[in-house]
Design a protein around this ligand. Structure first.
Ligand SMILES: NC(=O)c1ccc[n+]([C@@H]2O[C@H](COP(=O)([O-])OP(=O)(O)OC[C@H]3O[C@@H](n4cnc5c(N)ncnc54)[C@H](OP(=O)(O)O)[C@@H]3O)[C@@H](O)[C@H]2O)c1
Length: 226
């Protein structure tokens, strides 16, 4: 798959290298073509680097790592994104004292509004960069969840595949509106990491447990609460 990275920072560099290791063709885009090229040089494995415009034109799938900067602001020809899969890995900035406001519109929905012909998928926002350093092994031994939300089912499946390839357990999280919950989940994880001092390797894994062999507590009864 041809993957374009918009913004060659921590997330772009880390995921770009991991996908290049899996045999994907990766192009690192940047505001500064020289920085994109330097990132490709660091990454090796036949990766290329240059401008964000070049990355967007090159790829079938794009990783959008620039928070709150919209394609129409950043790209000369945002229409090159039409029909492409755009992964939004962004989170809002951490507010003072981790006092996050409620999310009434996710960053991913905002991105999708700017490029309505593209297929935006929320993913890879719920773990710190340090977790990617463990990928794909020993990460795969820990079953860390990647929550994948987007309106296009095929696009969700593609992104879930990219997550599994590098050692995560993908969790189909439904439509793009659910990105509000996925972004809120990361706010909570960052509270645990920073506010509660669990550190950057604190993650979340969804476990589906086996059915209890007996209902010795009486089982689930109908609730009378409204
Ligand atoms: N780091 C993590 O642990 C982590 C984990 C999960 C999610 N996230 C989220 O992922 C996103 C990226 O995080 P990051 O750690 O990769 O940040 P980062 O290292 O700062 O990289 C972001 C990149 O955005 C580009 N950029 C910055 N300001 C810009 C502007 N005004 N216009 C256009 N491009 C600009 C820069 O790329 P160029 O200089 O190459 O243009 C920069 O390297 C954030 O929303 C963050 O919350 C981060």
């Amino acid at each position: 798959m041809k993957i374009g990275i918009i913004g060659s920072g921590n997330m772009g560099r880390s995921l770009g290298i991991l996908w290049a290791e899996q045999g994907h063709e990766v192009f690192f885009g940047s505001r500064d073509a020289e920085k994109g090229k330097a990132t490709a040089e660091f990454a090796g494995r036949g990766t290329q680097g240059g401008t964000n415009d070049q990355a967007a034109a090159f790829a079938d799938l794009i990783l959008w790592t620039v928070r709150n900067i919209m394609p129409k602001q950043l790209l000369s020809h945002p229409e090159v994104l039409d029909s492409k899969i755009i992964i939004d890995c962004n989170n809002q900035d951490i507010p003072e004292g981790f006092a996050y406001p409620p999310i009434v519109e996710s960053l991913a929905e905002k991105l999708a509004q700017d490029i309505p012909q593209a297929r935006v998928v929320k993913a890879f926002n719920t773990m710190a960069q340090e977790v990617f350093e463990l990928a794909p092994e020993p990460l795969k031994d820990y079953g860390v969840s990647v929550f994948v939300a987007g309106d296009d089912e095929q696009a969700r499946k593609t992104v879930m595949g990219l997550a599994e390839e590098i050692g995560f357990l993908a969790v189909d999280s439904g439509v793009l509106r659910n990105a509000r919950l996925v972004e809120g989940l990361e706010d909570f994880i960052r509270l645990i990491i920073g506010g509660q001092k669990q550190g950057v390797y604190a993650t979340i894994s969804v476990n589906v447990l086996p059915t209890a062999s007996e209902q010795r507590l009486g089982g689930r009864q109908a609730s009378s609460l409204k």
